[in-house]
Ligand binder design. Sequence first.
Ligand code: NDP
Ligand code: 2IT
Length: 485
Amino acid sequence: MIFTELFNPYHSKGVSWSTVCPITRIDSETLVNPMDNTMKKVYDSVIARDPNQPEFHQAVEEVLESLVPVIQAHPEYLPVVESMVEAERIIQFKVPWYDDSGKLHVNRGFRIQMNSAIGPYKGGLRFHPSVNQSILKFLAFEQVFKNSLTGLPMGGGKGGSDFDPKGKTDSEVMRFCQSFMMELWRHIGANLDVPAGDIGVGGREIGFLFGMYKKLANEFTGVLTGKGISYGGSLIRPEATGYGLVYFAREMLATKGKSFEGASVSISGSGNVAQFACEKVLDLGGKPVTMSDSSGFIHDPKGIDREKLSWIMDLKNKRRGRISEYAQKYPGSTFTASEPEPASNGLWNIEVDVALPCATQNEINGEEAKMLVKNKVMAVAEGANMPCTPEAVEVFLTNRVMFAPGKASNAGGVATSGLEMSQNSLRYNWTREEVDSKLDQIMVDIHKNAAETAEKYGMPDNYVAGANIAGFLKVAEAMTAQGLI
Ligand code: NDP
Ligand code: 2IT
């Protein structure tokens, strides 16, 4: 079977792709699911409207490629696709704040309210100097499909600021968060739009944001998730993205009779997602050997055990230090700076069974993906949003590496945010065990849904297509029922 037949929804019925889809360009050298003319028009209009948004284009392109067979089977859904690529509302505002020396700084704040067909807008806030509309629109777009896959009633949104929390004091971060919320509060609400954390926004920031919202709105509601346990947060929410990622990867490995037991695992990032992915890998008998931050990565061939992980958590969450300190603390481990870093010297050239990119977008390129393949990686599961470039994804698919796209494999975070919203509405708290078992079940269900949908559309084992199509169908049905307004 040629690779492109994997994308043929009718392959199992013995009908060749060229018969089903004669107008589609097929590149038999690659596994890129090609767009047909209809989807190409949608894609071209997205580029024409916002030519300077490469991250958004990248996220849209992948989804449109996946949806080709769906629109061929259901042409009535084409207007849905045309509508979904446009945000329902984009809010941009000024965030002035004073540092500890009394100097004024002016940042930009954003909230992208992408799609509310199946529930209130839901998605994180990112504070990072790179934040702009393109990055937030890609994240908000991904979030629509991800939230749909969770099975919970949540639409998609994302927001944030180009503010850099690194090197700022607690009081500076507090003043920034208060100024940010001074504008954002009028656009959000427990039944309207419920933000949460993402890069640079953790428990500390959510606390400051919630305090200011409560003051301005004069009400105590579940308007943010990721809150502290003492004021309406859910147990397991901090752990949820990392744990959920490993639950998903466990399911994926099990389809091939594999498991984490004894598996070596490379993890990138050392923030929220990376830390709890590392913890769950240890729970399942695996051996994490790397972690990173924006300054470089550490490699510990003996493995990052629980004691070392707890040291990393203290370093990152309390002392807010750099991962390079790990190599000084633990002899036998090495630190490699990220600049200048030839890929062959990089994190993804380390031989492992499973790779879990958990830092940021586009951190594994095609060349690095080839290194992982050369080193016989079994599975790659995205903890971050879009950490693998399209070229990297293609390398994994063509080489039969099990690959989990972020919108499926990192959905545990937002799913548990959904559980936090439910608990807030109920004015009730579930136990750790209750939330963890609901999270586990949601990840099992997402895996099953993505795998079965991929199979149904003739692309077995292609979780990218399965997740995109399954996430799309629920939203498409809801948008159509509501009159596409
Ligand atoms: P954190 O801020 O807690 O950690 C981010 C980690 O990634 C840090 O180690 C950071 O290093 C590193 N990093 C960030 N930007 C870059 C960069 N440009 N280059 C190299 N390293 C970088 O964020 P999270 O762990 O919450 O988020 C990580 C990823 O997971 C993101 O893609 C996010 O969108 C995604 N995600 C998060 C969810 C959540 O619930 N938090 C849910 C689902 C997905 P440094 O400290 O040096 O900047
Ligand atoms: O990308 C994501 O899914 C998140 N940052 C979590 C969003 C949320 O609302 O919990």
